[in-house]
Design a protein around this ligand. Structure first.
Ligand code: C2E
Ligand code: CA
Ligand code: CA
Ligand code: CA
Length: 278
């Protein structure tokens, strides 16, 4: 734009301005979205590799906007995190996942657990673990039915509040998993310092598993996790070949479009019921 008449700078600021306006508009609409009940949870099945059955699901948030469009997290979770709105939204996710697990997914199905994503901001709130405990109690769910997925970026902050929350959640019996393992700011030191039960191998490793080096990397991650007493979930399984490879290499669970995309509550509920032996 600079070449076109020397007003490149103004053009640039105008573009930034438009981005700002767009963000502010999303923020304004996000503010009322919890009260207006615009969020929904979709659930993606997680398959037990030895049995091939769905033992768990991961709750993934969606935003049903007034015009009917269904927004995925990439469109609004970063803004919710920056503005701090994620703490309220995150509490809604935990409460709703527990309630739907109790009312619709447990009972006559083989489902044992629901996994929920937790963002760094939530773990910094001193009463977070207490809130989780209350949500479990309100919905009469044992702590082992809930898994909290945490990304490594959380641990970068490494504050006393985060450590206290993680320790208390662990003491309650809530399962903790480290999400997107192997990407971003991963450090093996976190595995030593925090009480993780489950390691989720990021889908980029699974996606490149036609390559020998990636296969060895996956094998090594699985061996390391097992050596530390952790279970392994492979993410982003899209093909039969990937599924077969992970089974062969002793991976515990798998999740991905090969099995199912994230689906609505009634669909996952029907799927689980159809899995029950007659
Ligand atoms: P994530 O936790 O890594 O979740 C997995 C994402 O990968 C989901 O995207 C899912 O739809 C997608 N996925 C699953 N299987 C496959 C596959 O086989 N291939 C490919 N290419 N993708 C697959 P989604 O639902 O758009 O969520 C994106 C991210 O948003 C999540 O990544 C998570 O970090 C965040 N997120 C979702 N729900 C929540 C929430 O309730 N709270 C917070 N704080 N973050 C959330
Ligand atoms: Ca996740
Ligand atoms: Ca992930
Ligand atoms: Ca991710």
């Amino acid at each position: 734009a600079k070449e076109q008449g020397g007003n490149g700078y103004r053009f640039f600021t105008r573009e930034i301005d438009q981005q700002m306006q767009a963000r502010l508009a999303v923020e304004a609409r996000l503010r009322g979205a919890v009260e207006r009940n615009e969020f929904v949870l979709h659930y993606q099945p997680i398959v037990d590799l030895p049995t091939g059955r769905i033992g768990r699901v991961e709750a993934l948030i969606r935003w049903r906007q007034p015009d009917g469009a269904l927004a995925t997290p990439d469109d609004f979770v970063p803004i919710a995190e920056e503005t701090g709105l994620i703490t309220g939204i995150g509490n809604w996710v935990i409460e709703t996942a527990c309630a739907q697990m109790r009312e619709h997914l447990l009972g006559d199905t083989p489902l044992a657990r629901v996994a929920v994503n937790v963002s760094p901001r939530q773990l910094q709130v001193p009463g977070f673990a207490g809130f989780v405990e209350q949500a479990l109690r309100r919905n009469d769910l044992p702590a082992r039915c809930l898994e909290l997925e945490i990304t490594e970026s959380v641990l970068l902050d490494d504050t006393a509040e985060i450590t206290a929350n993680l320790d208390r959640l662990c003491a309650l019996g809530v399962r903790l998993s480290i999400d997107d393992f192997g990407t971003g700011y991963s450090s093996l030191a976190y595995l030593q310092r925090y009480p993780f039960d489950i390691l989720k191998i990021d889908r980029t490793f699974v996606a490149s598993s036609h390559n020998d080096n990636s296969v060895r990397l996956i094998e090594t991650l699985i061996a390391m996790a097992h050596g530390l007493g952790m279970e392994v979930i492979a993410e982003g399984v899209e093909t039969e070949a990937q599924y077969a490879l992970l089974r062969e290499r002793d991976c515990d669970h798998a999740q991905g479009y090969f099995f199912s995309r994230p689906i609505a509550l009634d669909e996952v509920s029907a799927l689980l019921r159809s899995e029950m032996p007659l």
